[in-house]
Design a protein around this ligand. Structure first.
Ligand SMILES: O=C(O)C(=O)C[C@]1(C(=O)O)C=C[C@@H](O)C=C1
Length: 373
């Protein structure tokens, strides 16, 4: 038997399965359309991050291979994006121009059919969602090497928006120029966070290069595309978009470098199917006296509430006072969290709740094959 004769029945089988998949996908889409009609009637938002997290978790729970959960999650995100698209168009503001890691995170979270609105700064992302120009926004909040993104932290304090979801992506930086060499290059541009993530590599390899900051990696790549004496540090996608050649790949100082992004919306998210695994984000301040932070946080210990993050920003009053940012595990609709929060509030000078939302943990844990979601 020739190879082609051997392949033919298998390919016929795949064709049959594909027909069945097309039929099933369209049947699913019809149901999503019906859901969309109901939502439109009662004025509910089309995008339901908690439901999408639940769908992904169920898919991973049912998976018996050989496809890894990571592949199924990527496929289902696109399926849900296509179904959502039938309900209505979804506009999402991100830190642009095109080619930034924020854009990659947005596509990963919402699917490639999302209508991205590139924004010149993190502040503009907040403004576009607040004004209703965009339905949602995506902003970087922390990097595993460089820590918190201060701009985002500061706008979170002032905004009326809610955090409705989060996602994190691996970050690999590249040094790029128009020519693909470092000849005649005097400056390197990047976002301050990215320059920080590559500081050791830069010190070792190109110590004399002047380092300048840009609003985003995409903007740095755009600048380098306009001047043969400039280099940029950005992702591979930015190199393609702005016609740059990569001089050195993977120049970040940590090879486990990741950035976590927040999804911002005007309405809070509903509790997910696993509210005990949701995250609640809070900003608080405490009275300016000894032991007040310790006292304020005590209810979390008393109620067995896990704190996943504690960070601070200056109150900017010149008084060495701070706003603290914490993420706790559990949805605030959960009785345990509600009770803990009521007591916690008493020990705070101010408290702002940014929302409860599904985390990636919801479906990451279901993955037995150690994916890199
Ligand atoms: O369940 C819904 O609310 C839907 O609209 C369906 C669906 C999906 O395709 O599964 C699509 C969009 C939502 O963000 C969540 C889920």
């Amino acid at each position: 038997m020739s190879v082609n004769e051997e392949l033919l029945p298998l390919r016929n089988k795949i064709d049959g399965l594909d027909s069945e998949l097309v039929r099933l996908l369209n049947e699913r889409a019809e149901v999503a359309k019906e859901i969309g009609e109901i939502k439109a009637r009662v004025g509910l938002p089309v995008y339901r991050p908690e439901r999408e997290a639940e769908v992904l978790k169920k898919i991973c729970g049912k998976n018996e291979g050989p496809l890894p959960n990571e592949s199924l999650v990527a496929i289902w995100r696109e399926v849900m994006c296509a179904c959502r698209g039938l309900e209505s168009e979804l506009k999402v503001a991100y830190l642009g121009p095109r080619g930034t890691f924020s854009e990659q995170a947005m596509i990963r979270q919402f699917g490639s059919g999302v209508v991205g609105m590139p924004s010149g700064s993190i502040e503009e992302v907040f403004r576009k969602v607040e004004s209703g120009d965009a339905a949602y926004g995506i902003v970087p909040i922390e990097n595993s090497t460089e820590g918190a993104v201060n701009r985002t932290m500061d706008y979170l304090l002032k905004t009326s928006l809610f955090i409705v979801g989060e996602c994190s992506i691996p970050i690999q930086h590249n040094l790029m120029t128009r020519s693909g060499t470092m000849e005649g290059i005097t400056r390197v541009y990047s976002h301050p966070q990215s320059l920080g993530q590559c500081v050791q590599w830069l010190n070792r390899n190109v110590p004399s290069l002047e380092r300048l900051t840009a609003e985003s990696n995409g903007e740095a790549a755009r600048l380098a595309s306009e001047n043969p004496a400039y280099a940029a540090i950005a992702g591979e996608v930015a190199a393609k978009i702005f016609g740059l050649q990569i001089v050195a790949t993977n120049i970040q100082d940590s090879n486990t470098n990741r950035t976590r992004f927040l999804i911002l919306g005007r309405e809070p998210a509903e509790p997910s199917a696993n509210p005990q695994e949701d995250k609640t984000s809070l900003i608080f301040s405490v009275p300016h006296r000894a032991g007040s932070l310790y006292q304020a946080l005590k209810p979390f210990d008393d109620f067995g509430v896990s704190m996943m993050r504690l960070d601070s920003r200056p109150a900017k009053r010149g008084t060495w006072e701070y706003f603290f940012y914490t993420d706790i595990e559990g949805n605030m609709s959960e009785p345990k969290i509600r009770e803990a929060l009521e007591i916690f509030r008493e020990g705070c000078a101010s408290l702002k709740c940014l929302g409860s939302y599904p985390t990636e943990k919801n479906f990451r844990r279901a993955d037995t094959k150690g994916s890199n979601l």
